[in-house]
Design a protein around this ligand. Structure first.
Ligand code: SF4
Ligand code: SF4
Length: 385
């Protein structure tokens, strides 16, 4: 058996490879691969893969392009929407630069209106997402929208999507989800051998790795290395830290300030992220035994996003992850002007109160000016737990 590299060496490798991700997209484009841009985890990844394409997650988490976006968009809009548009407008997102078409969904109002302007820069296909996951009509609408997306991709690229190719794509994406879930589960150890920023670095790495066997192998090796180091008593984390679950809006580099406030200044340990790109999008698999298009549509419809009304699965996920990760407290990260997550904050607080779990909501944006304030509030929260 080959010797495992150390977890430190593997995490360094992941950091280096993540920096090289835009180059890999450029090379794939030069080889003639379809490149499809996405913003949201409702986009069925398998449909893009089934034509041999790559699905790239477009940049949306920096303050830098927001000023440019505000020339067209109102200032009091969620920073994620403004950054998404600003990156495209200023041509500073390498993934947008190389993508042929963007797939959007009618999630929140701001995003769906932004797509109208984005469509001037690149063809945008918007999937009409039902407002609820419940009932036959919602399922029928989303299945029809998934079929429509299949037709759009086929006609845009002039390639047919076969059931065999879909089944292969389903198997591959499920494998990626399993690899990620097994990696996330390492943080269930007490103390967790991972920091919150390391967990995010790994999920971001897989997000831009095009589900390559090499990347999946690296994450599997990292998981084994962390487990082995623990067995040999080489844990990397201090004991006695309060275990924190992060929920709420999608996270990106500009929101690492929240993780730093919990871990570096507050002495806590972030052990789980319920947000998109993490447990929310990796937990459910596509059922491999069912007809592929139906199975894909049903799996994606059930993502517990606050844009759905009602959204009971988010509370179910929180109960489940709180137990699995032995969580001491929950931090809800809400982006300014994100009404759906802000409104859900009350029911999340109530739900967690019923479970006896301390909860705090922090509202923020992509600027770094509130780091001190975040640190003070989260410090006080961690002390109170
Ligand atoms: S929070 Fe909702 S709208 Fe945002 S990426 Fe996740 S699923 Fe999409
Ligand atoms: S964070 Fe909220 S407002 Fe912003 S894009 Fe996501 S759902 Fe919409």
């Amino acid at each position: 058996m080959a010797t495992l590299r150390s977890s430190r060496a593997l995490l360094d490798h992941i950091a280096d490879e993540s920096l090289a991700a835009p180059v890999r997209v450029k090379e794939a484009k030069e080889r003639g691969a379809p490149v499809v841009g996405t913003f949201c985890v409702f986009t069925p990844w398998e449909l893009v893969r089934a034509i041999g394409g790559i699905s790239v997650s477009l940049c949306s988490t920096s303050e830098k392009p927001i000023a440019a976006a505000e020339a067209h968009l109102p200032r009091n809009l969620c920073p994620l929407i403004k950054a998404s548009y600003g990156f495209a407008l200023t041509d500073t997102c390498p993934y947008f630069h190389f993508c042929d078409i963007v797939i959007g969904e009618t999630t929140c109002d701001g995003k769906k209106k932004m797509y109208e302007y984005l469509n001037r820069l690149r063809p945008v296909h918007v999937m009409q997402l039902p407002q609820t996951t419940e009932g036959e009509s919602a399922r029928a609408l989303w299945r029809a929208e998934t079929e429509r997306l299949k037709e759009v991709i086929e006609s845009f690229y002039g390639r047919a999507i076969t059931d065999d190719a879909l089944r292969e794509a389903i198997r591959l994406k499920n494998r990626e989800r399993r690899v990620l879930n097994r990696f996330f589960a390492v943080a269930r150890l007490d103390p967790s051998p991972l920091t919150g920023l390391e967990i995010l670095a790994v999920s971001d790495y897989l997000k831009c790795s095009m589900a390559s066997e090499e990347a999946l192998g690296v994450v599997e090796e990292l998981t084994e290395a962390l487990e082995e180091e623990r067995r040999r008593g080489k844990g990397r984390e201090a004991e006695g830290r309060k275990r924190i679950l992060i929920t709420g809006c999608p996270l990106g580099k500009s929101l690492h300030k929240v993780i730093r406030a919990v871990e570096e200044q507050g002495g806590g340990a972030v052990v789980a992220f319920e947000n998109c790109g993490n447990l929310k999008s990796s937990t459910d698999l596509v059922d491999e035994s069912r007809p592929p298009m139906e199975a894909i549509a049903d799996r994606y419809l059930h993502i517990p996003c606050s844009c759905m009304s009602p959204n009971p699965r988010r509370l179910e996920f929180l109960s489940r992850f709180r137990e699995e990760y032995a969580v001491d407290g929950v931090v809800d990260v809400i982006l300014q002007a994100c009404h759906t997550y802000a409104v859900e904050s009350f029911s999340v607080r109530e739900h967690l109160k019923g479970l006896g779990i301390p909860y705090i909501a922090v509202e923020t944006d992509y600027s770094q000016g509130d780091e001190g304030q975040l640190s003070t509030r989260l410090n006080a929260f961690l002390e109170m737990i």
